[in-house]
Design a binder for this molecule. Structure first.
Ligand SMILES: [Zn+2]
Length: 260
């Protein structure tokens, strides 16, 4: 089985001591490629360095949590990073998070809308985050003329239908493997057409709860992506191979990569 983990925070401090091991363990487990998430300018720069070092891809953008501290010329910086580094495959992580509200909501909207416009201008896919902000998110994302993924989807049926309607891909994490917290997502999963499905670990966060035997560390790693895929296959009532292959193909298509 081959996997493409579309959401890894490899620049996290939690990977500081063993990044290369984390990547090689993942490769041995069939994870051919990963998208390293950039959540602010400095983090995007680090993601780009790591993507170059390990032959992976990265995103460049400003997460809603970081909207309040965005540089004045963040759009120009993201544009330069994207044009100067072929590993940058998407604009983001960008979006709205009204769950934590780490940035004022008007600032979140301003920074998200600017990145949607930038993605249109650069003709790059969007890597998006949405938490408890569906209606405002939808109003902004309707302006997108490029494809994109709503990563770590955990929202309602209404939100899912709206994103599918716009042609977006849906990123599924280890939330799916949580029987209590992931209940809504588990019921909605079969509504996601296989040609819109993507898998991600969001490592080092969201350790899947169905790993056996249970790992000693709570740190998630990209090698755990198979547990997300296995859970999904069960819920789709389809063979793992079919579901995993679909997600693997979709990631290549979205990020404009050739299948090796
Ligand atoms: Zn996110």
């Amino acid at each position: 089985m081959r996997y493409f983990d579309i959401g890894v925070n490899l620049s996290s401090e939690q990977f500081a001591k063993d990044r290369a091991d984390v990547v090689s363990r993942a490769r041995l487990a069939g994870v051919d490629n990963m998208l390293l998430i950039g959540s602010n300018i400095q983090d995007s720069q680090q993601a780009i360095v790591l993507a170059n070092e390990f032959s992976l891809i990265a995103s460049a953008g400003i997460h809603p949590h970081d909207a309040k501290t965005a540089e004045d010329d963040y759009c120009q910086i993201i544009q330069n990073l994207t044009e100067q580094n072929t590993v940058v495959a998407a604009i983001g992580e960008c979006g709205l998070d009204y769950n934590r509200d780490f940035s004022p909501r008007d600032k979140q909207r301003e920074v998200f809308a600017a990145q949607v416009a930038l993605a249109n201008k650069l003709n790059k896919p969007l890597y998006m985050h949405q938490r408890d902000a569906h209606h405002d998110f939808l109003a902004i994302v309707k302006e997108a003329q490029v494809p994109g993924v709503v990563h770590c989807f955990t929202d309602s049926e209404e939100a899912l239908e709206a994103y599918l309607e716009l042609g977006f891909y849906i990123g599924i994490t280890g939330w799916l493997c949580d029987e209590r917290r992931g209940d809504t997502l588990r019921k909605l999963l079969p509504r996601i057409p296989l040609d819109k499905l993507l898998f991600e670990t969001d490592a080092p966060y969201l350790l899947p709860r169905n790993i056996k035997p249970k790992p000693k560390s709570r740190r998630s790693e990209p090698l755990h992506i198979e547990y997300v895929a296995k859970q999904a296959a069960e819920l789709y009532q389809r063979p793992l191979e079919e579901v995993a292959n679909a997600a693997f193909y979709n990631a290549h298509k979205l990020f404009g990569l050739e299948l090796a």
